[in-house]
Ligand binder design. Structure first.
Ligand SMILES: Nc1ncnc2c1ncn2[C@@H]1O[C@H](COP(=O)(O)OP(=O)(O)O)[C@@H](O)[C@H]1O
Ligand SMILES: [Mg+2]
Length: 415
């Protein structure tokens, strides 16, 4: 039986779907995580303590473990861990991406530099130094062009990503982004990234790199406009309804980006905007789609996305990778910051024709914050139907059923 080391950060939505996939494929799993003892009982002892924030030390631990209990593949379920998976796989001679390519996907400024070197279509960009005052912000924004987007280089989930339309706005936004980044644990000395705002519809491309070539598995439309100032993800629907020329431009740009980054094996999740058949790459990650969103996908072989990723990592036959039918997901937005009191209307939402699943992923009583301060989703609604338009309609109807109750203030326990 093949043995898979699954790298699971403590804060992830993705463990369950990968574990289910491994079981379906008859693959043995060892969980590598930061607090292995917490999972040891659940996993029948098949856990390994791996410091996911220290790739060199983590790789050493994994290589030592492999000497006792050989591992056939290392997969990170989330962004955190992709570097460890690459480093360990390189040392063990397993199928994976080069560590430097993965590192470039984890730092938006490094990613932009690699894409620029290969002339991949992307927004104009520049770094904004940590100590930059208002005049320097004005100069950087002037070089990049307005409107612009300012963001930290290492966060995700649209946390700290904001649009600015004027120089004065950019000066205030830069302050705010810095504040959010620092609160999220980013080094205050790190530069921010300033990019020109790329207009047009945005799609997400889900793909698999197989010996250096991108196999597109699914393209999701994001039918709610993402025009800022903050960029909250709501609805994803696949297959894409983009015009053929736009879709071709998106796939060509995504493929060019993977080459420029040096990604060769494993999952890819890219975000691309497109207008008049001109694509602009927003970002490329060396992982599967985030949250529970992969549950929208089902391939003609009956496999899940996670099954394809595991099969590929183990060198098993992939077979047909065409996705089936129209499907989509709503990432339930958080209406305002405060304490989550409850989500009403869940039963009604579940009864909307086409809706297949609804899961609220934040517990009642927890502090919540919308983007750009927050970076979590309140929950997920899934739908499946005969056409993308019907899927979108079902998700909007389900959304209208939900009433998210958030109370002002956060109970920090000090009363
Ligand atoms: N240069 C840009 N032009 C237009 N929209 C952008 C730009 N940069 C980011 N966005 C929007 O913000 C969202 C989040 O930004 P992204 O760079 O993907 O960061 P994250 O890692 O948080 O997802 C994108 O999906 C897109 O909608
Ligand atoms: Mg993104």
């Amino acid at each position: 039986m093949a043995r898979l080391l699954l790298l699971v950060p403590s804060a992830t939505y993705r463990a369950r779907d990968f574990l289910d996939a491994a079981r379906a494929l008859g693959v043995e799993v060892v969980i590598g995580t930061e607090e292995a003892h917490a999972l040891a009982e659940l996993m029948g002892g098949r856990t390994l303590e791996v410091p996911l924030d220290d790739p060199n030390e983590a790789a050493r631990v994994i290589v030592a473990h492999d000497a006792v209990l050989p591992i056939d593949a290392v997969i990170a379920v989330d962004d955190v861990g992709t570097l460890v998976a690459a480093e360990a796989s390189a040392q063990l001679g397993l199928r994976h991406n080069p560590p430097d390519a993965v590192a470039a996907t984890r730092d938006k400024l490094a990613m932009r530099a690699r894409l620029a070197a290969m002339e991949v279509p992307q927004p104009a960009f520049a770094a904004l130094r940590a100590g930059a005052g208002p005049e320097e912000v004005a100069a950087v924004v002037g070089a990049v062009g307005l409107p612009c987007v300012i963001k930290p280089t290492t966060l995700s989930g649209s946390q700290g990503v904001l649009r600015a339309d004027t120089v004065a706005e950019a000066q205030a936004v830069a302050e705010r982004v810095r504040h959010i980044a620092t609160a999220a644990g980013v080094d205050p000395a790190a530069a921010l990234l300033v990019e020109q705002f790329a207009p047009g519809p945005e799609v997400a491309v889900e793909g698999l790199m197989v010996t250096g070539e991108l196999r597109a598995l699914a393209v999701f439309d994001k039918p709610d406009p993402l025009d800022g100032p903050a960029f909250e993800e709501t609805i994803y629907v696949t297959p894409s309804r983009l015009a053929p020329g736009d879709l071709a431009a998106v796939l060509a740009a995504t493929s060019a980006a993977t080459v420029a980054l040096g990604l060769v094996e494993g999952p890819v999740h890219a975000e691309v905007r497109v207008r008049h058949a001109r694509a602009s790459v927003i970002e490329v990650a060396a992982r599967t789609i985030g949250g529970l969103c992969s549950r929208t996908l089902s391939f003609s072989t009956g496999r899940s996305l996670e099954e394809l990723v595991i099969a590929h990592a183990l060198g098993l036959a992939l077979g047909e990778t065409g996705a089936q039918g129209a499907s989509g997901v709503l990432m339930v937005p958080i209406p305002r910051a405060g304490t989550l009191v409850g989500v009403d209307g869940q039963d009604e939402a579940r009864q909307v024709p086409g809706v297949t699943e609804l899961q609220i992923t934040i517990a009642t009583g927890r502090a919540v914050a919308p983007v750009p301060e927050g970076n979590r989703y309140l929950g997920f609604v899934f739908a499946r139907d005969s056409t993308p338009a019907r899927v979108e309609r079902a998700l909007r109807r389900a959304w209208a059923c939900l009433e998210v109750r958030v109370e002002e203030g956060v109970d920090d326990g000090t009363a």
